[in-house]
Write a protein that binds this ligand. Sequence first.
Ligand SMILES: Nc1ncnc2c1ncn2[C@@H]1O[C@H](COP(=O)(O)OP(=O)(O)OP(=O)(O)O)[C@@H](O)[C@H]1O
Length: 258
Amino acid sequence: MSERPLLTATAITRHYGTHVGCEDVSLDIHEGEVLAIVGESGSGKTTLLNCLAQRLAVTSGQVSYRMRDGETRDLASLTEAERRFLMRTDWGFVHQNPADGLRMRVSAGANIGERLMAVGDRHYGRIRETADDWLSRVEIPGLRIDDRPTAFSGGMRQRLQIARNLVTHPRLVFMDEPTGGLDVSVQARLLDLLRGLVDALGLSAIIVTHDLAVARLLSHRMIVMKNGRVVETGLTDRVLDDPRHPYTQLLVASILEV
Ligand SMILES: Nc1ncnc2c1ncn2[C@@H]1O[C@H](COP(=O)(O)OP(=O)(O)OP(=O)(O)O)[C@@H](O)[C@H]1O
């Protein structure tokens, strides 16, 4: 792992009017590290993720990021063009609902190819070959390359969204409940696939999940949120095997009882 964090968030606060989304959250993530954000519904996970990914303005606080050229920048200081370029090249964002991250009216191959074109690839044959390769990496048969995602199952759509995000080799991927909304058996397969890809690509990822099993399988470190605040943070195995905050103890116990 590199010594300097890839992303550092300092005292991130986001209010919705008088309502607290998240409050005073600080964290960092290093290259090759997977961080899970867990907590019950309404605890502020998605708000925090969207603030980190620059999809939502913070009320106060700062997010800085080590760019590919090695310079660490305060993301609020980026121009709109720089921010868009960062999102297209260095970052990925996997939505819970694949329709939010895919273009449903264009083919699977084009969904992947479009991201390559956005980073300057213009060679049609090579783009198609790469798209084909990524379809197979996410276990979608190559003969479906010209089908639209509307013809895919939920699990296939989610795998396509993942391929679309990873094809440009982002250094950091944000994921919001990537296995939510899928059948349990489909979830298990997707988790396996995600774990393999994260390992193979040495990806850094920040994953929001309410499912501790997802955190256990994918993340190195986790933060536990309650009412918008972080109540516990640590290595995933430590937090799950030896939770210290009463709320985390409750979360872990409620899973064990099921
Ligand atoms: N657009 C909004 N306007 C007002 N309040 C909001 C808005 N979005 C979220 N909130 C509030 O902010 C708090 C955190 O919500 P958030 O969606 O971040 O939680 P979460 O942990 O991601 O929940 P879930 O797992 O249900 O998505 C909640 O109290 C929620 O009601």
